[in-house]
Design a protein around this ligand. Structure first.
Ligand SMILES: CC(C)(COP(=O)(O)OP(=O)(O)OC[C@H]1O[C@@H](n2cnc3c(N)ncnc32)[C@H](O)[C@@H]1OP(=O)(O)O)[C@@H](O)C(=O)NCCC(=O)NCCS
Length: 146
């Protein structure tokens, strides 16, 4: 039987708890990023996108506005569900959300190791790599086809 997949988009109160289940497993447990680094004040003002499979959160990201830029991050899929196209669905949901809001450009701080994931969607690198939570990151942005 085909998995039942739903994507939800909402505020901290709506979906942070679900997003956090995925983020805890991926960033805190798998990548060993301390919880007080992974969690920050941006979560409360972010829009959270969560993909559910049979009502369980599996893939997520957050997006917030900062100094006129729309910045997304905390992109994660549970390890046992990777390679099934769920991360892509969440990214496309982000792009649709941005298009509906008339947002012209999206930016992220991408872990260097997964930059090609973002390149597939048309993101381009801006500047030099830098460290965040001890991990090499790149600023990447996308504006062409929103
Ligand atoms: C990166 C991540 C979110 C991808 O999620 P996913 O659900 O496995 O991605 P999908 O299955 O939707 O893959 C979509 C496309 O990206 C490609 N892709 C997936 N992971 C990739 C990676 N790490 N590097 C390069 N390409 C990748 C897939 O091959 C697929 O390509 P296709 O459309 O040509 O078939 C997931 O691997 C993850 O959670 N990683 C750990 C957390 C992390 O590093 N997050 C990024 C923080 S910046």
């Amino acid at each position: 039987m085909k998995d039942q997949v739903n994507i939800k988009i909402g505020s901290y109160d709506d979906y942070y708890k679900d997003a956090n289940k995925v983020r805890d497993a991926v960033f805190c447990v798998e990548q060993k990023i301390p919880a007080d680094t992974e969690k920050d004040e941006k979560d409360e003002t972010s829009t959270h996108i969560v993909l559910f499979v049979r009502n369980e959160p599996v893939s997520t990201l957050r997006v917030f506005e900062e100094n006129g830029e729309y910045v997304f991050g905390r992109v994660a899929t549970l390890s046992c569900h990777r390679g099934k196209g769920y991360g892509k669905k969440v990214m496309l949901a982000l792009h649709n959300w941005a298009r509906e809001k008339g947002i012209k450009k999206l930016t992220c701080h991408a872990q260097e190791a997964v930059k090609d994931f973002y390149v597939k969607f048309g993101y381009e690198i801006e500047g030099e790599p830098f460290l965040e939570a001890g991990i090499r990151h790149l600023k990447m942005s996308f504006s062409d086809r929103l």
